[in-house]
Unconditional design. Structure first.
Length: 544
């Protein structure tokens, strides 16, 4: 099926509407069965994974990713495949999967510098295009099954979730309670937090522990064999082949889902106090989905039992610890948190072969800033409003941005054009502002950074044109606002971006929506579902 020649500005490969509707129908059925019957085990999924419509949707996803220009060990890119014959490539790939002749290739390892950590690198594995398409097809089928089983306390690498929702969830947990008391008498229900970080999570996950958890929901032999083949494919680094006895290479499409499957063991340990699973309501209906967990926490507090609630984003998590009221409450909470930290570390080591980072896993009172996802979550007393919790921008983050701007506008770059420098600065400012626009006090931080960037550009222009005065520089690179109150820098059509343009407000959990396959209607977009290939041939069977 031809999709026409490549045109600039358009996607390289686009799946048809019929293919997307078929995939959405299959995903909804898988999610609905997994959600209604938590003990259900899926045995016949190979037909869905190797269906040509699923492979076309997977290839369209790979072709739309930012890494489509990056080749694997075979040095083949998406553009080269599409320029030849994309449909023929998918037909051959399907035949290889059906005949069991497909073998995953080793991933090409590259080292990415860690932001703010000079000399430290993050290993990234780049699979081949064929491996990426197969992994995307596997994820299309496996994700709805496991999404129905994940806890709402995890937010990393999941559809329709993100870091801002995790921060807002943590902030709401730290809000003073109960609300019926006077504002000055309210207090936080938690005393201590465990700031957890797993050392080399993606590289050290035990294959045996991971596959044991996958087999609880999926027991298709061909699919399981293919997952193991990807885990054992190995790494090609600097011309040397390295075997992978543990871990899932960071950079693959399937790796984030596998990591969430493994790390959900953390929420299972504290299931009693977590938000309940298998709820048909959306996240915005907070009263209904929190009711059972609230009752469990209240009963345990009245009985004098401790309460521990996790909030996890991939391998970064926070455990909030609460102990009954009484003397030396903070000391008892610290002692309980230290013991719980040791038990959790032992459990992760025994079940998944993972270790907690000693330097990043800290036990701190909630009255001190909690470091989570690049923010500082503070619980402190306000002179008028009593105790409050807020997520703020750390000072070292804004300072790091200033240092980066300083390097972009270094004296050695004066031979470059202002437009080239502004493009680099604008790209950084947009990403930084989009990430921190929900933090408390972000408006003031953005204003300060705008002034700093404006002055840095001004000093750079003085160095670039040492013989020109500011009037000549302003007439060439500056333009005044309609009110003519200030000068803005520009070079042709490139204008300096201002962080103040971002609307700053608090993130609202009611903005979250369920994935398309988890909609409450559960109605299939395919008109005649009984004739959907793959599902009618015993694709959903149980193994009690």
């Amino acid at each position: 099926m031809s999709r026409g020649p490549l045109t600039p500005g358009k996607a390289m490969y686009v799946a048809t509407t019929a293919d997307r509707q078929w995939l959405r129908s299959a995903q909804r059925k898988l999610y609905l069965r997994s959600w209604k019957e938590p003990s259900f085990v899926f045995e016949s999924l190979w037909g869905l994974v190797t269906d040509l419509r699923n492979l076309r949707c997977a290839f369209a996803r790979v072709a739309s990713n930012r890494g489509r220009r990056t080749p694997g060990v075979d040095k083949v890119t998406v553009r080269q495949i599409v320029a030849g014959d994309g449909d023929q490539f998918l037909d051959q790939l399907r035949q290889d999967l059906r005949s069991r002749s497909f073998r995953p290739s080793p991933v090409r390892r590259v080292l990415i510098p860690k932001t703010g950590k000079p000399g430290k690198y993050r290993p990234l594995g780049i699979p081949t295009v064929a491996d990426r398409v197969v992994q995307a097809a596997m994820k299309n089928i496996m994700e709805p099954i496991f999404e129905a089983d994940f806890y709402p306390n995890s937010y990393g690498f999941r559809p329709c979730r993100g870091a801002h929702a995790a921060l807002e969830h943590l902030r709401l947990l730290l809000m003073p309670k109960p609300p019926n008391l006077p504002r000055a008498d309210r207090s936080c229900m938690f005393q201590v937090a465990i700031e957890g970080d797993i050392k080399g999570c993606f590289d050290n996950i035990s294959h045996h522990g991971l596959m044991e958890r996958i087999r609880r929901k999926v027991n298709d032999r061909k699919l399981i064999r293919l997952v193991v083949a990807f885990l054992k494919a190995g790494v090609l680094s600097e011309g040397r082949f390295l075997r992978t006895e543990t871990g899932s290479p960071q950079g693959g499409i399937l790796s984030p889902l596998l990591a969430n499957i493994a790390l959900s063991v953390i929420e299972e340990r504290y299931e009693r106090h977590c938000w309940p699973r298998h709820q048909p309501t959306l996240m915005c209906d907070k009263k209904r989905i929190r009711q059972r967990a609230y009752h469990a926490r209240g009963r345990d507090r009245r009985k004098g039992k401790p309460v521990i609630i996790p909030v996890r984003y991939a391998d970064d998590f926070i455990l909030l610890v609460s102990v009954p009221q009484g003397e030396n409450r903070l000391e008892r909470a610290l002692d309980l948190a230290l013991r719980e930290k040791e038990k959790l570390a032992r459990m992760l080591k025994d079940s998944l072969g993972l270790e907690l980072s000693a330097e990043k896993t800290l036990v701190t009172p909630v009255t001190r800033p909690l470091r989570f996802l690049g923010h500082h979550v503070r619980y402190q007393r306000h002179r008028y409003y009593g105790w409050l919790s807020n997520a703020v921008i750390p000072k070292h983050r804004s300072q790091r941005l200033r240092e980066t701007i300083k390097q972009i506008l270094h004296r050695s770059t004066c031979r470059s054009s202002l437009g080239e420098r502004l493009r680099l600065i604008n790209r950084m400012l947009r990403g930084w502002g989009s990430f921190y626009r929900y933090a408390r006090g972000a408006k003031q931080v953005f204003s300060d950074l705008d002034r700093y960037v404006w002055m840095s550009v001004r000093h750079w222009l003085r160095k670039k044109h040492p013989r020109s005065n500011m009037r000549e520089i302003n007439s060439r690179y500056g333009w005044r606002t309609p009110a003519r109150k200030s000068v803005r820098w520009r070079d042709g059509s490139v204008h300096l971006f201002r962080l103040e343009l971002y609307p700053v407000r608090r993130f609202d959990l009611r903005w979250l929506r369920s994935p398309h396959f988890a909609e409450t209607s559960m109605e299939s977009p395919v008109r005649n579902e009984s004739r959907t290939p793959g599902l009618e041939e015993g694709a959903l069977q149980t193994a009690r």
